[in-house]
Design a protein around this ligand. Structure first.
Ligand code: GAL
Length: 811
């Protein structure tokens, strides 16, 4: 079994010290957080006998978690999930793991932590039932201590997962133990699960005060005397504040301890410099360290203002936000630190500074990365309350589970400095009837009882005040509005004195690399709207930003509106990435969404550069479409640019004139009769060239090109490398329509875990060693297989086209 540092060191609530399970250590250890992902047995279907100790799982498949069985399936319109949830199989499945524990663990407390199981998980240890968690996005833990065997005697843990009742969601959920699992061994006296809460009541450049609360749990039948040492460490692990106290605790009790500390000249956390600290809690029995626990900490202050919008550390800051669903494209729902980091890196480069976790508790890794990379998070918990959106969604569990799930959600996430808003729900049906009042009050009260430092919001659609009962509850701190950008100007009058954020916006559809002309008008989906979008026979949507859902608008129109009003704290675009399911405007075979600024494979669509030109500091000059058309065909050439007075366009060296954006325009456009060759744009400021960009007509396909996003990976069985595959002519120009089938062969320390090309209606499997290019490109995802051998990926295709290889080192 391998220790997975990159995930577990970053979980923010515990310190990985060493490994206990299956390789016992006799050293005196404090807290031991073991990676419990490897070596599970899995079988689809229902296997109730699997809870028994002598159960024979020989015909079960062996795999490492996290695991999503839906993504391994084949697309079909027959699946009960339907295309709305990705047209992949759901159903039931069982997981099982056998493990031993050393005798030395006998007098310890041992718990298992699950970050997320979709859904309806039930867990047994050595035949004892531990419990059930219907909500597929919630993190939970069970105390195993009473039921465990030590020494040579084995332990069997069995997990039933039931995602059979469909539809269970409005988007792809994945099925299985799709997030990480840990086994946590502590002394009987230890910091309780999610047992710390840190806030920073006063923050300035000179000084910050820290309120730190810790719950210390004594599982022993004896009272204890002990010492608690609380230290605040900066990014270099230097202590900047320390408190020590002697304590007493009764047998089988929990002690709540509040502490106040002060830090001089704190380095503030913001989106450009996400300076992090941590609080380390150490518990000593006399002089022996018996527990050590880490809590993330960042010093920042923020405010929402009804007139001026959002500010961070006193600096007015518009929220340049995107909504993200939890899936990781070809990996399905599998929560992999590196996949999430790649997603966020692409968003950061685009200029995004805020993420909304649509519409459920995110992975632990997403929040850790938002802390580390500098994103402001709107952390959202529910898409439905008591009233359903689809028949088998969370409404079924509302009465029994919503309190517990909400409490667990806040307790898990409230120490992350990146989290600055709690959203209690998205487009909740109860906003339309009076039952919404009581539920909003109840949920808000639960949140406030656990954290008063962040505003409670909800993403609303009804913007007539008297008709919106969530608003009528009067308890929301911040109003989130989805869509209806035309109404923004009326909000200050309608919602006097209220703080407002555009919690969701846009919902425009696009397919990467597809261009339909002319582009003079905006069209809306579905057809019932005045200017309908009829659709294309191949289920594509043009990548010019001029098609949108009727409830939304294009990216440009939305951003113009959000930018115009200071009182709109920011906008969360639907969505940063395409996601599985919800393939509006098409039916099957379309099976993933068209809403992303980046496609499902992680390849940016053109509008990415519109945002980059507006939201980032980078110099941008991006031209679209490609330059392979018919002689004389009239082409709409668009350019996104910034930091320049004007852009001059040249076709084969001949100037077609300069243009500049007028008023609130966000792009410039030319109509150019096509002529093969080179289209070049030059942006200038005060006569000086800022940037030059050119696109060239591609000739015959000559070679495959491979671009790996890393030159080396760790051999830890988790690290990923994403390789972008493209087809080029002899001069390196992209063949913009190529759909050749590419075959992959990998050797050394990695295996292929996913392939994709971003085409929303592709029915090729994500788990394969081949993929067709789509509009010239596809990706292959390699994952460490624990072999300490350098990796070679070879890509081949038929015809007179050169193969390509890329090498990646294994550290
Ligand atoms: C919104 C909803 C999102 C997504 C989107 C598609 O109304 O909140 O989850 O369905 O529409 O346009």
């Amino acid at each position: 079994m391998n220790l997975h540092k990159s995930v577990f060191k970053k979980t923010g609530t515990a310190i990985v010290l060493s490994l206990l399970v299956a390789c016992a250590t006799t050293k005196k250890e404090s807290r031991i957080v073991a990676d419990f992902n490897p070596d599970w047995s899995f079988k689809l279907g229902d296997h109730p006998n699997a809870i028994q100790a002598n159960f024979n799982a020989n015909d079960w498949r062996t795999l490492d978690l996290p695991h999503d069985w839906s993504i391994e399936g084949t697309f079909s319109k027959e699946h009960s999930t339907t295309a709305r949830q990705g047209a992949l199989p759901a159903g039931k499945g069982w997981y099982r793991k056998t493990f031993t524990l050393p005798e030395s663990a006998k007098n310890k407390s041992i718990a298992i932590e699950f970050d997320g199981v979709f859904c309806n998980s039930e867990v047994w240890i050595n035949g004892h039932y531990l419990g059930k968690r219907p909500f597929g996005y919630i993190s939970f833990s069970y105390d195993l201590t009473k039921y465990l065997n030590f020494g040579n005697q084995k332990n069997d843990i069995a997990v039933k997962v039931d995602n059979d009742a469909q539809p269970s969601s409005r988007w792809y959920t994945g099925s299985g133990i799709y997030r990480n699992v840990r086994l946590v061994t502590t002394d009987k006296l230890h910091v309780a699960h999610w047992g710390t809460y840190v806030t920073t009541p006063e923050v300035s450049k000179e000084k910050a005060t820290v309120d730190f609360n810790v719950s210390i749990q004594n599982d022993a039948d004896l009272p204890k005397e002990f010492k608690v040492v609380t230290t605040i460490l900066d990014a270099k692990n230097s202590s900047v504040a320390r408190l020590e106290s002697a304590e007493k605790i009764a047998a089988n009790a929990i002690l709540e301890k509040g502490q106040k500390l002060e830090v001089k000249n704190p380095k503030l956390w913001d989106t450009k410099n996400p300076n992090l600290y941590k609080v380390v809690t150490k518990i000593y029995d006399k002089n022996t360290l018996i527990d050590e626990y880490e809590t993330p900490l960042g010093f920042r202050y923020f405010a929402f203002d009804a007139e001026k919008g959002f500010s961070l550390n006193g600096v007015p800051t518009k929220l340049y936000g995107v909504c993200l669903h939890h899936d990781n494209g070809a990996l399905g729902a599998v929560a992999n630190f590196h996949a999430i980091k790649r997603k966020l890196t692409l968003m950061k480069e685009m200029g995004v500074n805020a993420i909304r976790t649509a519409h459920n508790p995110p992975s632990v890794e997403l929040l850790q990365l938002c802390d580390e990379m500098g994103f402001i998070v709107q952390d959202e918990v529910f898409d439905v309350w008591k009233k359903k959106k689809v028949s088998n969604d969370y409404n079924k569990y509302w009465d029994e589970w919503h309190k517990q799930d909400l409490i667990d959600f806040i307790k898990r996430d409230r120490n992350h400095p990146s989290v600055m808003m709690w959203s209690i729900g998205n487009e909740i049906r109860e906003q339309f009837d009076s039952t919404g009042v009581a539920i909003t009050k109840e949920l808000t009260q639960i949140v406030k009882s656990l954290d008063k430092t962040r505003p409670v919001t909800s993403a609303l659609t009804e913007n007539v005040p008297e008709k919106n009962f969530i608003y009528q509850s009067g308890v929301l701190d911040l109003l989130g509005f989805n869509y209806k950008h035309e109404d923004y100007g009326t909000f200050p009058e309608r919602f006097k004195g209220q703080k407002i954020v555009a919690s969701e916006s846009v919902s425009a559809q696009q397919t990467r690399g597809r261009y339909d002309m002319p582009t003079d008008s905006i069209r809306f989906w579905p057809k019932k709207h005045a200017e309908p979008f009829d659709g294309n026979a191949d289920w594509t949507v043009t990548a010019y930003d001029n098609i949108a859902s009727y409830w939304g608008t294009t990216h440009e129109e939305n951003w113009k509106a959000a930018k115009k009003y200071d009182f709109i704290a920011g906008t969360f675009v639907w969505t940063g990435f395409d996601y599985l399911g919800e393939p509006d405007p098409y039916p099957y075979p379309a099976r993933s969404s068209y809403f992303g600024i980046v496609d499902l494979a992680g390849l940016p669509k053109d509008v990415y550069y519109m945002y980059q030109s507006e939201w980032s500091d980078k110099n941008v000059l991006h031209l679209l479409p490609h330059w392979n058309w018919k002689q004389g065909q009239m082409i709409d050439v668009w350019a996104y640019y910034n930091n320049a007075d004007a852009v001059e366009l040249f076709l084969n060296g001949k100037s077609l004139g300069s243009k500049a954006k007028k008023g609130d325009e966000l792009h410039i456009a030319w109509k150019v009769p096509f002529e093969a060759g080179t289209l070049k744009a030059v942006s200038r400021k005060d006569g000086k060239i800022v940037k030059e960009t050119e696109i060239r007509t591609a000739g015959e396909a000559a070679k495959i090109n491979l671009q790996a996003d890393k030159t080396s990976i760790k051999n830890d069985s988790y690290d990923l490398v994403y390789v972008t595959v493209s087809l080029q002519d002899k001069d390196g120009n992209l063949l913009p329509k190529a759909d050749n089938l590419i075959n992959f062969k990998v050797s050394g320390g990695a295996k292929i875990v996913g392939v994709d090309n971003g085409y929303q209606a592709s029915l090729e499997p994500f788990k394969a060693d081949y993929r067709k290019l789509y509009n010239g490109k596809c990706i292959v995802i390699l994952q460490s297989n624990k072999k300490a051998e350098d990796i070679t990926l070879e890509a081949t295709t038929v015809g007179n086209i050169n193969a390509a290889t890329v090498s990646i080192k294994v550290e």
